[in-house]
Write a protein that binds this ligand. Structure first.
Ligand SMILES: Nc1ncnc2c1ncn2[C@@H]1O[C@H](COP(=O)(O)OP(=O)(O)OP(=O)(O)O)[C@@H](O)[C@H]1O
Ligand SMILES: [Mg+2]
Length: 398
């Protein structure tokens, strides 16, 4: 009962995790083939807030119990990303750290002096050891060649498997927020092709790549399309919105005190778009034992939109001033680049990096007829409601 998680919770317990049983079975079946040395490479797509992260974490738990080593690597937690300096070296160091921590948690590699000795005798280009949760993590020397580094880090899981094949059914590597590689210069040539060359022949290691990507994100076709880096060998797996029936059952079960007229429920569903993050935030805020009609739901939604879409609001406040202006210029509908430039009073050419950044963040997309449009209706709605209420757009958070 009333065990609805907030929309920013990335670790749901089994009572909180709802629905998705068919998807779970399918993805698990695919990953289990790793045991027979036919590991899949999977690209898991789905809108922001749809539940990709909680889904792969659920899979992680279940496959660990089954006997796999599962390594969860979220690129947005890499130090180099946080410092706004994405580099292959930084990502690889982070990848390596996460791999070692997972091995340690699964008691595959002894911590402490033994680990140090291992790396010293297998002498690679390490500069020093940094203690993370009591584990000495080797830090690579900065002059190390990028390709050697990738090879070392990306083939390391194989070595672990080979050394522990009696204890492990296989290794599953889950890479979250993978779209952030777009921040690397020349990510395609320097990163994607390399990754592919190292992982494609690994017989005991499966990979799931996921992150916030809209379905028409070019990265998706660059990875899994026929002419993409994986040449059609990457399996696409999509998480969809919750259906109306699912949401009805979910709310009945989790918050039975929540009452709607039919129209009220329809409006709840329309406003939250079938996206679990927004469904949860809104359902948590609504008081119980009041029957909501279409009108009263609309009112509640407008009043609480800030809390409901808090993930988007946070993204908004981190945008540069110019990026904010671009989004505002799109509030009235899709526009061509030249029209956006006009409304910002800048040269059209100067918009390139900004438009790319907004596309990478999946906040806008470009359609075939060269029109840019807003892809996050809740963010647009929040901005409009701020403007209506305060007479100006929220440029700063105070
Ligand atoms: N199966 C589920 N059952 C109940 N709630 C869910 C489920 N999936 C997602 N949610 C809710 O949606 C929220 C967002 O989920 P999650 O962070 O996994 O989304 P995401 O697809 O990874 O989003 P992003 O693209 O922003 O990373 C969760 O915190 C939770 O509140
Ligand atoms: Mg996520």
């Amino acid at each position: 009962m009333n065990n609805i998680p907030w929309g920013n919770n990335e670790n749901l317990d089994d009572n909180q995790f709802y629905n998705r049983s068919i998807e779970l079975t399918h993805l698990k079946q695919m990953l289990l083939t790793t045991e027979n040395e036919t590991p899949p490479n999977i690209l898991l797509t789905g809108n922001r807030g749809i539940g990709k992260t909680v889904f792969i974490k659920k899979i992680q738990k279940e496959l660990e119990e089954y006997g796999f080593l599962v390594i969860y690597i979220n690129f947005s937690q890499a130090e180099c990303f946080r410092r706004k300096n994405m580099t292959i070296e930084g990502l690889m160091q982070f990848y390596f750290k996460k791999t070692l921590i997972s091995c340690n948690n699964n008691k595959l590699i002894n911590i402490g002096e033994k680990l140090k000795k291992y790396f010293k005798t297998n002498n690679f280009h390490f500069k020093e050891f940094q203690e993370v949760n009591g584990i000495p993590i080797p830090i690579f020397k900065s002059e190390i060649n990028k390709e050697d580094l990738m090879e070392y880090v990306l083939t390391f899981p194989e070595k672990i498997y080979n050394n522990h094949s009696d204890q492990l059914k296989g290794i599953i590597i889950l890479i979250d927020e993978f779209q952030l590689i777009k921040e690397l210069d020349d990510y395609k040539e320097s990163f994607l092709w390399n990754i592919r060359s190292y992982i494609q022949n690994q017989r005991n290691i499966a990979y799931v790549f996921t992150g916030s990507m809209s379905l028409n994100d070019t990265l998706i076709s660059e990875i899994s399309g026929h002419n993409g880096v994986f040449g059609g060998r990457m399996i696409s797996f999509h998480l969809s919105t919750f259906s109306k029936t699912t949401v009805k059952q979910y709310l009945n079960e989790k918050k039975p005190g929540l009452k709607f007229t039919d129209g009220g429920f329809n409006r709840f569903y329309e406003n939250t778009l079938g996206i679990p993050a927004y469904i949860n935030n809104f359902a948590k805020i609504l008081p119980e034992n009041i029957e909501f009609t279409s009108d009263s739901i609309t009112r509640e939604f407008n009043e609480s939109i800030y809390q409901i879409s808090s993930n988007l609001v946070n993204i908004w406040y981190e945008l540069s001033y110019k990026n904010k202006l671009i989004l505002i210029s799109l509030l009235n509908g899709p526009a061509r680049r030249i029209d956006i430039a006009k409304s910002l009073n800048v040269k059209s050419g100067s918009l390139s990096p900004n438009l790319r950044e907004l596309e990478n963040l999946s906040l806008i997309n470009k359609t075939g007829n060269k029109l840019y449009s807003f892809t996050e209706p809740l963010l647009a709605k929040w901005l409009q409601s701020e403007y209506t209420e305060k007479g100006e757009y929220p440029f700063t958070s105070i």
